[in-house]
Design a protein around this ligand. Structure first.
Ligand SMILES: NC(=O)c1ccc[n+]([C@@H]2O[C@H](COP(=O)([O-])OP(=O)(O)OC[C@H]3O[C@@H](n4cnc5c(N)ncnc54)[C@H](OP(=O)(O)O)[C@@H]3O)[C@@H](O)[C@H]2O)c1
Length: 434
C-alpha cells in the first residue's frame, strides 16, 4: 500500500507554469497516498503530507519504449524486466540475533566489467551470510536503494569519481536508507532510520561512524533523503549566483539532479527556465509539472538551434549534468558574465565512458567574461544539513517536489540501472530490496 497522496502541483516560483491534472503522455505523478491513475509512466512525487517514518510505495512503471532518444510504439513495461544476473548462494548459514532475522541475505555484485552496455551477465545476485555487528558496528536492514548514473561510472576500471571503482566479484555500492537492527556500543537504537553507502544489498554491516541518522519527522517520506539533488542545490546556491530574471538552462533536467536543480533555480529567481531531456514525454512532464518554460529534446534537431529558439537573448546560467553538445550550445548562447556550472557528464557516462571531452571556445570565455566551474558534492559535506533542512521543509510545505520511480525487489536493480541509462525513468530511481 502506498503512502503517496495525490495533490495538485504548485508552481515552484514566480513565472513557473502550472496546469492541474495528470501530465499528458507518459507522466503520471503521485503525491503521498495517491492511487495510481491514468498515464503510462509512474513517477511518484513527494512534496506534501505528513506521514512520517514509513518507507513504502508501489513499483511497476510502464513507459513508452525509447530507442535512440525517440519514443517508438506503445507502452513497454519497465517494471517487469527480468533480465537479471544469475542467483546463487555463497558462504554458510549464520545465526544472527533473534530468530526473526534470516541467516542470509541477497546482494548484487559486479560479475564482470561491462563494455558499452551493462547486460544481465555483468551482474550476479548472491546470497551472503548475515553476520552480527561487533561493538561500534551497525547492522542495517536496507529499505530503499538509490540507483544513479554514477553507478555506471563506478563499473569502469578507472577511478574518475571521488569513490573507488567497483571490483568484479564484489558487491556494488550506492546510497541507501535502512533501519537499524542492532548497533552495540553506539547511540543508535533498533528501528532508527539511517542513510549510508552500502546499497545494492538487503542488509548492510558497517561502522556506525559511516551512517547518517535520518529523522523521520523531518521528511514526508524518509526515502526523499536519498535524493541526489544536493549537488543541484549546491550548483544553484554556491556557483550560479542567479539574479532575478536570469535565463537558466538545466541539462539532464529529468534526472535526479536536474529536476531538483530546476526547482531551486526557479525559487532563486530564474525568469526563464529551460531544460533538456531525451524524450518528449519527459519534456512534457517537466513543463507541465515541474515549472520549466521550455524543454529541449535530444534527437529533435541540434540542441544549439533549439536553445536559440527557446532563449533568443541568450543564457545567463547553465547547470550542466550532460556536457558535450549541450555544454557547447550553452556556451554559444552564453550572455556576458554567464555562469556555467558543471556537475555531471552524462553524455559520456551514460555509455560507460570515463571522459566527456568538450571543445571550449576560450575566446568566448574571456571576451564575454564567462565563468566555468566544476562542482563536486564530496567537497561540501558541511552543507548537507542545510540542504536537508531546506529540501525537507520545501517538501513538507509543497513548495518543492521529489519526483522518483520506485521499484520493488532487489533482483530488479540491475534492470533499473539499465533502464535509467536508457532514459526510461524520470527523477530519482529507487528500489526496495525485498
Ligand atoms: N558533482 C557531483 O558531486 C555529483 C553528484 C551527483 C550526481 N552527479 C552527476 O550528475 C549527473 C546527473 O546525475 P543524475 O543522478 O541526475 O542522473 P540520472 O538521474 O541517473 O540520469 C540519467 C539520465 O541520463 C540521461 N542520458 C542518457 N543518455 C544520455 C546522453 N547520451 N546524453 C545526455 N543524457 C543522457 C537520461 O535522461 P534523459 O532521457 O532525460 O536525457 C537518463 O535518464 C551525472 O553525471 C552524475 O554522475 C554529480
Amino acid at each position: 500500500m502506498s503512502a503517496m497522496r495525490r495533490r495538485p502541483r504548485r508552481a515552484p516560483g514566480p513565472g513557473a507554469r502550472h496546469r492541474d491534472g495528470p501530465a499528458p503522455g507518459a507522466g503520471t505523478v503521485y503525491g503521498i497516498g495517491a492511487a495510481p491513475g491514468a498515464g503510462t509512466a509512474t513517477v511518484h512525487e513527494i512534496g506534501s503530507g505528513h506521514e512520517t517514518g514509513s518507507v513504502h510505495g508501489v513499483g511497476a512503471a510502464t513507459v513508452p519504449e525509447v530507442r535512440n532518444g525517440a519514443e517508438v510504439g506503445s507502452g513497454h513495461e519497465v517494471g517487469s524486466v527480468h533480465e537479471v544476473g544469475s542467483v546463487h548462494e555463497v558462504g554458510s548459514v549464520h545465526e544472527v540475533g533473534s530468530g526473526a532475522l534470516p541467516p542470509t541475505y541477497r546482494e548484487v555484485r559486479l560479475a564482470a566489467r561491462p563494455g558499452r552496455d551493462p547486460r544481465p551477465e555483468h551482474f550476479e545476485i548472491v546470497r551472503a551470510p548475515l553476520r552480527p555487528p561487533a561493538a561500534g558496528q551497525v547492522l542495517v536492514r536496507n529499505l530503499v536503494l538509490r540507483i544513479g548514473a554514477a553507478t555506471r561510472t563506478l563499473m569502469a576500471d578507472e577511478q574518475v569519481l571521488p569513490m573507488a571503482p567497483y571490483q568484479p566479484g564484489q558487491p556494488l555500492r550506492g546510497t541507501a536508507l535502512g533501519a537499524v537492527i542492532a548497533a552495540p556500543g553506539t547511540s543508535l537504537r533498533s528501528g532508527d532510520l539511517v542513510r549510508h553507502d552500502l546499497g545494492w544489498q538487503q542488509y548492510a554491516l558497517l561502522p556506525a561512524a559511516q551512517v547518517r541518522r535520518v529523522d523521520p519527522a523531518r521528511w514526508p517520506d524518509p526515502a526523499a533523503c536519498l535524493s541526489q539533488g544536493f549537488v543541484g542545490w549546491l550548483a544553484v546556491d554556491r556557483a550560479a549566483r542567479i539574479e532575478p530574471g536570469d535565463t537558466v538552462l538545466v541539462t539532464g533536467a529529468a534526472g535526479g539532479v536536474g529536476c531538483i536543480a530546476g526547482q531551486f533555480a526557479r525559487l532563486r529567481g530564474a525568469g526563464r527556465l529551460i531544460g533538456t531531456t531525451g524524450s518528449r514525454w519527459k519534456a512534457d512532464h517537466l513543463t507541465d509539472r515541474l515549472g520549466f518554460d521550455t524543454v529541449l529534446v535530444r534527437g529533435e534537431g541540434p540542441i544549439e538551434d533549439q536553445l536559440r529558439a527557446a532563449a533568443p537573448d541568450g543564457v545567463d546560467v547553465l547547470v550542466d549534468t550532460v556536457g558535450g553538445e549541450q555544454f557547447r550550445a550553452a556556451l554559444a548562447l552564453a550572455r556576458r558574465r554567464a555562469r556555467l556550472v558543471v556537475v555531471g557528464a552524462l553524455a559520456g557516462q551514460a555509455g560507460g565512458g570515463t571522459r566527456t571531452v568538450t571543445a571550449l571556445d576560450t575566446l568566448a570565455l574571456c571576451s564575454r567574461g564567462i565563468t566555468v566551474s566544476g562542482l563536486s558534492a564530496a567537497d561540501h559535506g558541511a552543507d548537507v544539513e542545510r540542504w536537508e533542512e531546506e529540501f525537507s521543509a520545501g517538501l513538507r510545505t509543497g513548495l518543492l517536489t521529489f519526483p522518483h520511480v520506485r521499484l520493488t525487489g532487489i533482483d530488479r536493480a540491475p534492470a533499473a540501472l539499465r533502464d535509467l541509462l536508457a532514459g526510461r525513468h524520470l527523477g530519482t530511481v529507487l528500489v526496495e530490496p525485498t
